[in-house]
Design a protein around this ligand. Structure first.
Ligand SMILES: NC(=O)c1ccc[n+]([C@@H]2O[C@H](COP(=O)([O-])OP(=O)(O)OC[C@H]3O[C@@H](n4cnc5c(N)ncnc54)[C@H](OP(=O)(O)O)[C@@H]3O)[C@@H](O)[C@H]2O)c1
Length: 368
């Protein structure tokens, strides 16, 4: 039933993310009753995955793909996988799915709720975790799927859906009265996807805040009215009511933003933690509004209620296509995708990401 190739997974020390080890076995997982085994190819790596690991304990990201070795975990990733073995009558071998996986060659899941386009993994350990991570989308039933967009989709999908939801949330809240949005780690995919979505809604002036080395890239995205380096933040015109979209998650930067903008800072929306590998301590004596965490799955669940899942998927799918056209533009595309083989190569990419040594123009796909 199972294919002949072996099984491998990349384990990470939960308390020391740069400590990783490969775990290999000749035995590929076999499905039990009502289970299927998926073979990954490819999965994407971006800083978002590092944040899953960094917040692994606080937000239960380690709980999705637990391992028996104490103190170790599997960092969650997004990608594609083909069914290689199945004991579920309605799910056949070679069906292809997009979803949430561990850094491994294979994953065994137990499809509980199954419909034409997707299924939900109902393994006991995943119950009670945010539902959105437990669904797997069948590619041949997705009206927006095409083989040629798979690489972009693997990389951007979780980030774009956050960006889309965040822009929708801020638009719905009339930007909390801001005339201007300031976005940190503006070179990150989540940040510039948010900028793209805000532009579709005709929203406010956008300032992209970034490191000196990524300043040119942020300007080249064409999505910000201004690219501003962290070192020049104090030069910002502090008289304009501003909303801060914090993707960097750097407490020192947060303090500088709050102190510089003073009472002109109308809202601090914490989205990411690109520059930090641990959950931030609660800020003490921070002037201005208390940072408020934006968790995309919560907003998506709300929109599923408001619009229905199908309508949400239709709107988000259409927006996604427009965004992909923008990033894959023929002249100076925003992303160059590299596909590499093996989990040992994935370990190298993760190590580079942990130390911020990744060019924002690069997108990484791993064939484990
Ligand atoms: N709240 C949610 O629901 C949600 C959903 C999706 C993503 N996010 C978060 O958004 C953040 C960005 O994720 P992404 O995948 O879009 O990132 P990405 O595209 O891989 O971002 C790369 C950028 O992040 C900054 N960065 C990354 N690692 C760094 C390091 N070690 N030191 C200093 N700077 C570093 C740099 O930006 P600069 O030089 O411009 O600072 C870098 O160019 C993550 O923290 C992710 O978890 C949150």
């Amino acid at each position: 039933m199972a294919e002949k190739q072996g099984f491998q997974r990349l384990l990470m020390r939960r308390d020391q993310l740069d400590c990783m080890r490969l775990d290999a076995s000749d035995t590929v997982p076999e499905p039990g009753a009502d289970e299927i085994v998926l073979r990954l190819d490819p999965f994407a790596l971006t800083t978002n995955n590092i944040t899953y690991a960094a917040f692994g304990a606080a937000m239960k990201y380690w709980d999705f793909f637990p391992v028996e070795a104490s103190g170790w975990g599997q960092m969650p990733v997004w990608g594609y996988a083909d069914v290689v073995a199945s004991t579920v009558p309605s799910i056949g071998v070679s069906q292809r799915y997009f979803g949430y996986f561990p850094t491994a060659t294979h994953l065994c899941v137990r499809p509980g709720k199954i419909n034409q386009a997707s299924f939900r993994d109902d393994m006991a350990h995943r119950r009670g975790l945010p539902d959105i991570y437990n669904w797997y989308q069948r590619t041949d039933q997705d009206p927006f799927h095409a083989a040629e967009i798979e690489p972009l989709h693997a990389i951007y999908r979780p980030l774009f859906i956050t960006a889309y939801s965040l822009a929708d949330f801020l638009h719905d809240k009339a930007g909390f009265g801001a005339q201007r949005f300031l976005i940190s780690s503006a070179s990150s995919k989540t940040a510039y996807a948010t900028a793209w979505c805000l532009r579709q809604l005709g929203d406010r002036e956008l300032i992209g805040l970034t490191s000196d080395r990524n300043l040119d890239f942020v300007a080249e995205t064409g999505l910000y009215d201004q690219a501003l380096s962290y070192s020049n933040l104090k030069e910002i015109n502090a008289s304009i009511p501003t909303l801060y979209i914090d993707v960097a998650g750097n407490p020192d930067l947060t303090r500088t933003v709050h102190e510089t903008l003073g009472d002109r800072l109308v809202h601090d929306c914490t989205v990411g933690s690109a520059q930090s590998q641990r959950p931030p301590a609660a800020p003490v004596d921070l002037p201005g509004p208390r940072p408020s965490f934006f968790f995309a799955p919560d907003h998506i669940a709300r929109r599923h209620q408001d619009w229905g899942v199908a309508e949400f998927n239709r709107r988000a799918g259409q927006a996604t296509q427009g965004f992909y056209r923008y990033v894959a533009r023929p002249v100076k595309p925003l992303l160059t995708i590299t596909k590499i083989d093996g989990l040992a190569a994935a370990e190298k990419v993760i190590s580079a990401m942990l130390t911020g040594r990744v060019d924002p123009r690069e997108g990484h796909l791993i064939n484990p």
